[in-house]
Design a protein around this ligand. Structure first.
Ligand SMILES: *[C@@H]1O[C@H](CO)[C@@H](O)[C@H](O)[C@H]1NC(C)=O
Ligand SMILES: *[C@@H]1O[C@H](CO)[C@@H](O)[C@H](O)[C@H]1NC(C)=O
Length: 251
């Protein structure tokens, strides 16, 4: 009986901690890039290519090294608000949710407090101009912000874009809801077991199996530990260069 109470207490306590962690805001700074139509934000280090076909649109951001984590944060969503206690350039009372789609590299020929905004250990968001102008006045150039991870809302299932050639599949995982950031991925041919893939770059996951002519299923693990399995997403006659949309996603 006592044990039950202890377990109950511990799990209540743990869920409270989880709730608090989810609400925690951290300080960073933000600039913008890519033009007023966000055309310059297409492509990017996460490998999504066209942001519209990847499901991310123009509400995107590049992350400094401290936030990017070698691609681990690709696809993650951040709720960002301008810190009106530290600058007069905020559009007060506003916030914006952006998806991480790019890396903002350091520039060591610029000081980290004068242009080298993405230099370690700075936490910096180089946001699409439309997203940035939601929270701050254009001419400010750079503003202090508060940010927190937030669940990603996507429409439809996770997408799997397959490139490469026989014995080398590179699978771009996009339109990921929930945590948005993928930590592990597996592929299964109709005639194979589950094979784990490795992160090649950004959100491109690699397999060296021969899977040509087999229907493909995928399993994806997000950085909050949850797993989604998408069975038979690509038919046996799948093609390199094609993207297949599953009917499952994280919630
Ligand atoms: C935002 O609020 C701050 C502090 O209340 C104020 O100084 C500033 O002028 C406001 N900015 C805008 C753009 O209204
Ligand atoms: C780095 O900063 C220097 C000095 O401002 C600039 O000339 C150069 O173009 C920057 N490099 C990159 C890759 O942006």
């Amino acid at each position: 009986m006592e044990k039950v109470f202890v377990v109950l207490f511990l799990s209540l306590w743990a869920s409270q901690l989880g709730g608090e962690a989810a609400q925690q805001w951290a300080a960073a700074t933000a600039t913008f890039y890519g033009g007023s139509d966000a055309s310059g934000t297409m492509g990017g280090s996460c490998g999504y290519g066209n942001m519209y076909s990847a499901g991310y649109g123009t509400a995107t951001t590049a992350l400094s090294t401290a936030l990017y984590g070698d691609g681990a944060s690709c696809g993650a969503c951040y709720l960002i608000t301008c810190d009106a206690t530290a600058t007069k350039w905020c559009k007060n009372g506003t916030s914006v949710t952006v998806t991480a789609t790019n890396y903002c590299p350091p520039n060591y020929s610029e000081s980290s407090d004068d242009g080298g905004w993405c230099n370690p250990p700075r936490r910096h968001f180089d946001m699409s101009q439309p997203a940035w102008e939601t929270i701050a006045v254009y001419r400010a150039g750079i503003v202090p912000v508060k940010y927190t991870r937030t669940p990603c809302k996507r429409s439809g299932g996770i997408r799997f874009g397959i490139s490469g050639h026989d014995y080398y599949e590179l699978v771009l995982v996009s339109n990921v809801a929930g945590s948005g950031a993928v930590t592990a991925a597996w592929v299964k041919g109709s005639g194979t077991d589950w094979l784990s893939m490795s992160r090649n770059w950004g959100e491109n996951w690699q397999s060296n199996a021969y899977l040509t002519g087999e229907a493909l299923s995928f399993k994806v693990q997000a950085d909050d530990g949850s797993v989604v399995t998408a069975y038979n997403v690509a038919p046996a006659n799948w093609q390199f260069g094609s993207t297949y949309q599953s009917d499952v996603n994280f919630s």
